[in-house]
Ligand binder design. Structure first.
Ligand code: GLN
Length: 463
C-alpha cells in the first residue's frame, strides 16, 4: 500500500489513522532491530492524538520519515555525525514545514552516511542501516535509512537528499522510487549543507504517484533559499496519465558499458522493449563527458563541503574538545567529531581550493561541469528523456567497497545529471541476482511532469 491508497482508505473509513500508525509501528517492531533505519522516532500515541486534528487536510495526519540532515523541531538533527549528536534545530526545513501544513506528521529521523557523504550508509557515526531485502547487504546511501524504512514497511514515504545520487541510488538498491528534483525546485532551507550547488531534497516512496504527490507539496519558490527558482507550485498528479506514445527515449552508450555484465544488459534490453511496446521510441545516444563526471563531482562537492563544514568548530553545536589555543581547540574538536570519510572530503576540498591549485583543479572542474550541462542540453534537442540503470550493480555487501574510489563508482550514473541540475527518478526496474535493480529516467530542467508521466507508464508494465 502506498501513501495515496492509505489516504483514500482512511477517507473511506476502511481503517483509521490510528490503525495505520499501529501497523507502521508493528513493522518497526518486527524489522527495526535488524534494519536500523531510524535514528529517532516519534511517540505513536502522540501521533495518533495530534492526527485527529489533521483529518481534513490533504495528508490526513499520516506520518512521514525524514532524513536526519533535514531540520525538524522536536527531534535531533544529527547528520549521522558525532558532531551533532545532541543538536536540536529550533525550526523546520521548508520542505518539512510544507508537508506539515498539508497535514503530515514527522514519524522519525532516518539514518545516513555522515553529512550525506557516502553511498552505503556504512559511514554513519550511529551504526549502519541494513538492506531489508538482504541484511548482509547495504541499503545504498547516503539516504539509506529513508529507503530502508520505506522498503521495510516501516514508513509509507520518506524525504531524502540527493547531492550526487543519494536519493536515487538507495531507492534503486532497496526497490523503492526516488526522485531528485531540478536544482532549485525544492527549497534547501533547513537542509544541512554538504555541497550547496548540488544539494536537493527529494522523496523516496513506494509508487510514482506518491512521488508526484509529495513533490507537488514541497516544490515552489522559497525566499529563504537564494538559489530557489521563481516557480509556482504545480499539481504533478495531473501529469501522470497520458502515456508515452511518440516520445523519444535516449539510451546513452556510456550508461551501458559491457562491464555491467549480461544480466544487467539484458534487463536494459527489456526496458527498451517495454518503452517501444508503450509506443515510445528508443535511440542510442552518446554522452562522452560521462567519464569526467566522477572527478568533477568529487572536486566540486568536496570543495563546497570543506567550506560548509568549517562552521563545525567545536565552539557552537555539540562536540567540544579543549586545547591550549583556539586553533588547537578547533583541531581537537574536529579530530574527535568528524569520521574518516568526512575528513577525507575536507582535506581534498581544501587542497582543491588552495592557492596555486585553485585553477588547476576547482576552476577546471567548474568548466567541465558547464560542458556536461551543455552536452545534456544538446541531447535533449534530440530526445524527450534519457534512461539507463540508476547504479551499476544491485546492493553490495558490507565492507565490499573499502576503497573510496570503488564506493564512488556506484554513483557513476547519477553524478552527471546532478552536476547538470537536471531532474531524475529511479523506479524499480526488475531483479538482478534476486535483488532490486533501478531504472533511471532523466529529464530536461523543470520537466518533472514529463519525467513522472514516463515513470508512471513504465511502473505499470514493470510491476
Ligand atoms: N555518494 C555521493 C557522495 O558520497 C553522493 C552523496 C549524496 O548525494 N549526498 O558524495
Amino acid at each position: 500500500m502506498d501513501l495515496w491508497e492509505a489516504r483514500e482508505r482512511i477517507s473511506r473509513g476502511d481503517f483509521s489513522l490510528g490503525e495505520l500508525i499501529d501497523s507502521l509501528w508493528a513493522s518497526i517492531e518486527a524489522r527495526e532491530g535488524e534494519v536500523h533505519a531510524f535514528l529517532s522516532l516519534a511517540d505513536p500515541r502522540e501521533l495518533k492524538r495530534k492526527g485527529d486534528e489533521l483529518s481534513e487536510k490533504t495528508l490526513r495526519g499520516i506520518p512521514i520519515a525524514v532524513k536526519d540532515n533535514i531540520s525538524t523541531v522536536g527531534f535531533p538533527t544529527t547528520c549521522g555525525s558525532k558532531f551533532l549528536a545532541r543538536f536540536e534545530p529550533v525550526f523546520d526545513a521548508t520542505a518539512v514545514e510544507r508537508l506539515k501544513a498539508a497535514g503530515a506528521q514527522v514519524q522519525g529521523k532516518t539514518n545516513l552516511d555522515e553529512f550525506a557523504m557516502g553511498s552505503s550508509t556504512e559511514h554513519s557515526a550511529f551504526g549502519p542501516t541494513r538492506n531489508p531485502h538482504d541484511p548482509e547487504r547495504v541499503p545504498g546511501g547516503s539516504s539509506g535509512g529513508s529507503a530502508a524504512a520505506v522498503a521495510a514497511g516501516e514508513a509509507l514515504v520518506a524525504l531524502g537528499s540527493d547531492t550526487g545520487g543519494s536519493v536515487r541510488q538507495p531507492a534503486a538498491l532497496c526497490g523503492a522510487v526516488g526522485l531528485r528534483p531540478t536544482y532549485g525546485l525544492v527549497s534547501r532551507w533547513g537542509l544541512v549543507a554538504f555541497a550547496s550547488s548540488l544539494d536537493q531534497i527529494g522523496p523516496i516512496t513506494r509508487s510514482v504517484r506518491d512521488c508526484a504527490l509529495i513533490l507537488s507539496l514541497i516544490a515552489g519558490h522559497d525566499p529563504r533559499d537564494s538559489t530557489s527558482l521563481p516557480v509556482k507550485p504545480r499539481n504533478y498528479i495531473q501529469d501522470l496519465e497520458g502515456g508515452i506514445e511518440g516520445w523519444k527515449f535516449g539510451l546513452p552508450r556510456e550508461y551501458v558499458p559491457r562491464e555491467l555484465g549480461p544480466e544487467v544488459l539484458s534487463l536494459v534490453d527489456r526496458w527498451s522493449a517495454l518503452i517501444e511496446e508503450l509506443g515510445g521510441r528508443v535511440v542510442e545516444i552518446s554522452l562522452p563527458l560521462t567519464e569526467y563526471a566522477l572527478p568533477v563531482y568529487y572536486l566540486i562537492a568536496s570543495a563546497e563541503a570543506s567550506a560548509n563544514l568549517a562552521r563545525f568548530d567545536g565552539v557552537r553545536y555539540t562536540v567540544s574538545a579543549s586545547g591550549e589555543t583556539v586553533r588547537e581547540m578547533i583541531a581537537a574538536s574536529r579530530t574527535l567529531g568528524f569520521g574518516r570519510e568526512v575528513k577525507r572530503r575536507i582535506m581534498l576540498g581544501t587542497f582543491a581550493l588552495s592557492a596555486g591549485y585553485y585553477d588547476r583543479y576547482y576552476g577546471k572542474a567548474q568548466r567541465v561541469r558547464t560542458l556536461i550541462g551543455r552536452e545534456f542540453a544538446e541531447a535533449f534537442g534530440e530526445v524527450d528523456l534519457i534512461f539507463g540503470p540508476t547504479s551499476p550493480t544491485p546492493a553490495f555487501r558490507f565492507g565490499e567497497k573499502e576503497d573510496p574510489i570503488a564506493m564512488y563508482l556506484s554513483d557513476i550514473f547519477t553524478l552527471p545529471s546532478a552536476l547538470a541540475g537536471l531532474p531524475a527518478i529511479s523506479i524499480p526496474g526488475g531483479k538482478i541476482e534476486g535483488l532490486p535493480f533501478g531504472l533511471q529516467l532523466i529529464a530536461p530542467r523543470l520537466e518533472e511532469g514529463k519525467l513522472l508521466r514516463a515513470a508512471y507508464a513504465l511502473e505499470q508494465v514493470l510491476a
